[in-house]
Design a protein around this ligand. Structure first.
Ligand code: UDP
Ligand code: MG
Length: 311
């Protein structure tokens, strides 16, 4: 019998977990043809999530949990899950039931047909506001231009991965993680299914606008050096323009003399150049900071407690 791991990162999910548990038990009962493993990663929750996980694991041996020593973020929590998953395939889903478990049998069907990465694309983004939708659309358009791998819009972590994919992802151990890009980078046989994103069952989203912007930037810096090239090109264009301006002013001064004037133009140019320089330095800084973080080679997560014995 083949084993399916369901990986669920949990951060302050005490209210969603009982509902999730019920849905999962229903799913497992309906699909007795597989051995199941529910792998819950507690990402440093500050509520009673860990107590609930312990209790679940005590009453049902299919439930496994890993509790990280603090909040490392969803991307890192997922890597912990990749490391400890023992299934022949793995489904990643959110704890808040925004990813409907009834899609899982469909994913399994495609997996049986030989697909190695069955990802679910959200049909619509009605649960997001207008601005978030527009921003997200533009972001992916830009990201796709900047990177050589196709990072798909409206596709997230809700997917089924074959053991081959899990083993591939385990090798990508960068500290600054953008897992959404990694799924595309690793390749393998992919299949798309659609799902309707549900409302969060309980609690609230821990991804604030700020966190989302940070993750969005991460997408660029970990999958593309285009911003660095942009800085170079901006530099070239600005230098060329200023060289031309210099020539024009030189000729003008030779012909008409040089009365002291043009303070507004001067200050504008100085400020503009200063701004561009800072921008380019900032872009370099973003990459430099990430290089700094990678060179420390720290583990991506630390485990506080678990009921899994690692082989
Ligand atoms: N999550 C996590 N660590 C974090 C933030 C979130 O493990 O630092 C988990 C969270 O428990 C949930 C999933 O990641 O299972 C998605 O988070 P959330 O629902 O808050 O985000 P949204 O659905 O709004 O993108
Ligand atoms: Mg959610």
């Amino acid at each position: 019998m083949r084993k399916v791991t369901i990986l669920i990162p949990c951060f302050n999910e005490e209210q969603s977990l009982p509902l999730l548990d019920a849905k999962l038990k229903e799913l497992m009962a309906g699909n007795p043809g597989y051995a199941w493993e529910i792998l819950l990663v507690n990402d440093g929750s500050r509520d009673h999530t860990l107590d609930i996980l312990r209790e679940l694991a005590r009453t049902d041996s299919r439930y496994k949990y890993i509790s990280l020593s603090r909040n490392f973020g969803k991307e890192n929590a997922m890597l912990a899950g990749f490391d400890y998953a023992s299934g022949d395939c793995m489904v990643i889903m959110d704890a808040d039931l925004q990813h409907p478990p009834h899609c899982i049998p469909e994913m399994l069907k495609y997996w049986e047909e030989g697909y190695e990465d069955v990802y679910a694309r959200r049909k619509d983004r009605d649960t997001d506001g207008w601005l978030r939708r527009k921003l997200s659309y533009q972001y992916y358009k830009l990201l796709q231009k900047a990177t050589s791998v196709d990072i798909l819009p409206n596709v997230g972590d809700f997917r089924l991965l074959d053991r081959k994919c899990i083993d591939a992802l385990k090798q990508l151990r960068e500290t600054e993680r953008y897992t959404k890009g990694m799924y595309c980078w690793i390749g393998f046989r992919k299949k798309e299914i659609e799902f309707e994103v549900a409302e969060r069952v309980a609690g609230q989203s821990s991804f604030s606008f700020g966190k989302l912007v940070k993750l969005a930037l991460q997408g660029f810096t970990s999958f593309s050096t285009a911003p660095l090239k942009f800085a170079t090109w901006l530099g070239i264009v600005v230098s060329a323009v200023s060289f031309l301006l210099m020539l024009i002013h030189l000729v003008k001064a030779l012909i008409y003399g040089d009365p002291v004037a043009g303070f507004p133009t001067l200050i504008t140019v100085i400020l503009m150049l200063g701004g561009i320089q800072l921008l380019c330095l900032g872009i370099m800084g973003e990459y430099l900071g990430r290089i700094f973080n990678e060179t420390k080679r720290r583990p991506v997560y630390l485990i506080g407690e678990t009921n899994i014995e690692k082989a």
